[in-house]
Every structure is written in C-alpha cells, then in structure tokens.
Write a protein that binds this ligand. Structure first.
Ligand code: ZN
Length: 143
C-alpha cells in the first residue's frame, strides 16, 4: 500500500473514532482517547510530527478552513487560511497551491502539505465551514 493511501486510511480511522467518541458514554472515553492517541501516533510516524502538528493546528482553528460545494455538480474546493493570513486552494484529489506543495510535495510518494492534511482532519473533526455556491462561482474560485 502506498504511503499516501496509508495516511488516508489512518485519517479515515481517526474520523470513525471521533464519531464513535461523540456517541459513546462517558466511561468509555478513556479507551477512545487512547485509540485516538494511537492513530495520531501512527499518522505521526507516517507524515512526521512537523507536518501533523501544523495540520492539527489548522484543523482546530475556527474559520481557517472553508469548504465550497458547487451546485448542481457537487464539486468541492477548500480554502485554507495559512500563516500570515495567506489563503490557499486545496482539492482533496491531491492539490494545493502553496509553495511547499508545488515545489516539494507534488508527485512524491507522499503528496501532502499541511493544508491538504489539515482539510482531511477538519472534515473528520467537523471544523470545516461549508458554503454552497453555484458552478460558475466555483469555477471562478478554482482559477
Ligand atoms: Zn499547501
């Protein structure tokens, strides 16, 4: 399995755990927390602590990540407010227009930057703010 796929699998698992945690009774919280910790450790081992920490920070920052869903076609684009208020465009098919991604990550074994990983995490944590826009508006955002 590729490194990128393993990372996505872990994020998926993390999402399920977060969801389970919300449904569980309090006395199970400890085990859930421990499981979440284990998944985060595994993610950490795959992508490195620097990238993971930055992505987690982004994902937990209110209003840092917006999801733009086009109607009627349902295409998704994300705008992520990064450092110095710079804004980046992310597609979950594996694209970000930040310098780090374009210069160092695109086309590698692990095509992820903190913004892409941040969007994945924010979606699981439910911290992504969603906006519905028209297909025309979406195309304008995309270019
Ligand atoms: Zn990026």
């Amino acid at each position: 399995m590729s490194l990128a796929q393993s990372t996505l699998d872990l994020i998926h698992e993390l999402g399920n755990l977060i969801q389970d945690q919300e449904e569980e009774e309090e006395d199970n919280d400890r085990t859930m927390e421990e499981q979440i910790r284990q998944v985060l450790l595994a993610l950490n081992a795959l992508v490195g602590s620097k990238l993971l920490d930055k992505a987690l920070t982004l994902a937990s920052r209110r209003g840092a990540i917006h999801e733009y869903c086009s109607t009627p076609s349902g295409r998704l684009l994300y705008r992520v407010k990064g450092d110095n208020n710079a804004e980046y465009k992310v597609l979950l098919t594996g694209f970000c227009n930040c310098r780090n991604f374009m210069m160092e990550r695109a086309g590698t074994e692990l095509p992820l930057c903190k913004h892409i990983l941040g969007v994945h995490l924010a979606k699981k944590q439910g911290t992504c703010e969603r906006k519905i826009i028209t297909d025309e508006e979406w195309s304008e955002l995309y270019v």
